[in-house]
Design a protein. Structure first.
Length: 202
């Protein structure tokens, strides 16, 4: 049996559902909000290529290396982005949380904090993960700040790690949270969600 299995996770108005093609129309609208695919330091699908991106993620799920989710905002009653467990290492109970993006209008809200709390909680409490990893481009300052606010620690920087689509070289920042740190990280994220909305931005 594949590990981890598809699951639906909920926190407040946010639901993480197993990704399906029925989410495609919402995700096209989400990517258009802010023209997110134009950001050079990250990989967000163009609206015309959203179906192919869903196919790609579902193919990786079938291969056992990814578990993709659609991020549903109940206040909008639609999908507002994607996130995944990726680079799954079942033998070592290790996953990376990544390939995440949200429409511009829900950024700087509590959405990201809720999503990460759900994914981390499931990873450590249901899947018994040893560690959860996060990776991002050195120049993706917003992503790096968000990861650090979660309580993840920088393991290191993989220099000239990958070739980007525009031909530039990507330095990859690698962060992680290990199982022993989870209770403290959980308390921190739960506290962030209890604060006024403007103070709990993800």
């Amino acid at each position: 049996m594949a590990w981890p299995q598809p699951v639906t996770l909920r926190s407040g108005h946010i639901t993480l559902e197993p990704l399906e093609h029925r989410h495609g129309e919402d995700l096209v609208e989400a990517a258009t909000d802010g023209a997110l695919w134009q950001l050079w330091y990250t990989a967000i699908p163009e609206p015309a290529k959203m179906g192919a991106e869903i196919d790609r993620r579902l193919g990786l799920q079938a291969a056992g290396s990814m578990l993709p989710f659609a991020v549903i905002d109940g206040t909008l009653a639609k999908a507002v982005g994607m996130t995944t467990y990726m680079n799954i290492d079942a033998g070592n109970r290790h996953v990376e949380i990544g390939s995440t993006w949200y429409r511009k209008s829900v950024q700087r809200t509590d959405l990201n904090t809720r999503c990460k709390l759900l994914l981390l909680g499931h990873a450590f409490e249901a899947l018994d993960c040893i560690a959860v990893e996060f990776r991002t481009h050195f120049f993706n300052r917003q992503s790096r700040r968000g990861i650090e606010r979660l309580g993840a620690k920088l393991d290191g920087i993989l220099r000239s790690h990958q070739l980007a689509g525009n031909g530039t070289l990507r330095d990859t920042c690698v962060y992680s949270i290990i199982a022993g740190e989870w209770p403290t990280v959980k308390a921190h994220l739960t506290y962030q969600l209890s604060r006024p909305r403007e103070a709990s931005a993800g």
